[in-house]
Ligand binder design. Sequence first.
Ligand code: 8YV
Length: 315
Amino acid sequence: MTKPDILQVGPYPDWDQVPLDETFNMHKYFEASDPAGFLNAVGATVKGIATRGELGANRAMIEACPNLEVISVYGVGFDAVDLQACRERGIRVTNTPDVLTNDVADLGVAMMLVQSRGMIGAEAWVRDGSWQEKGLYPLQSRVWGKTAGVLGLGRIGFEVAKRLAGFDLQIAYSDVSAKDYARDWSFVSDPVELARKSDFLFVTLAASAETRHIVNKDVIEAVGPQGMIINISRASNIDEEALLEALESNRLGSAALDVFEGEPALDPRFLELNNVLLQPHHASGTFETRKAMGKLVRDNLKAHFAGQDLLTPVL
Ligand code: 8YV
């Protein structure tokens, strides 16, 4: 069987690249000095696209590949893939759910703890000699016994909530409906009301056009000057301008963010703030998880071209 032609949108670690190159004819879009010209040259041969959660595949890319059959996303989030363009042509889409859920939840909870207890500053306090010169590190804010709100109780939100319950936090959550797998936690339909109840508001919902800026000015200000917003989903779920204004004016106490509009070129105003923990979109960034994600990307492509059922279909 001739190797199917795959358009590769972004780089993958070598442990993924080698088996991909062995099984498929990989066309590396990210290496092209003239991406549009590159797409023109190879588009007609492309049967599959291999991309990443934050890179996706937009309508222009999809339309440049008239024989495209399947898009395989290295990531659980598929908001950057133009699903409507795929539906119009019966193009299949897969993602990598479940394998990254626990790592993403771990980082979310860790970000809350690191920011609440001021651990970045504390570590510097030791390294720069302040502990010897100035004495004890300034007191920080307690975590246990407070209330956490989880906006989106899907796989990742549920694992975040489970961990937070282990820290003796009260758990409340919002989602399209109450979840029978979350009877111990209080369901709050209105995100503003959830924010008002929350000392820590976790943004964990899958991003889509419907969830854009669901964390708006009202939600942000309801969290308030003592509260914290933690985002491990997508920047588009939060009105980033309202978030920056609230942090700059201390109408919001603090934030811990793994995702940003225009990332990795985040708004430089974030760099001026001392009440925000900045992370480089690495919630799923462990060897174990990324290897599992890479294998799922390959296995979905192999299944498609072998005429078998997709392992983790989105479309
Ligand atoms: C990225 C993610 O895919 O799973 C997602 O949706 O955004 C991440 O896991 C990962 O950063 C690799 O690009």
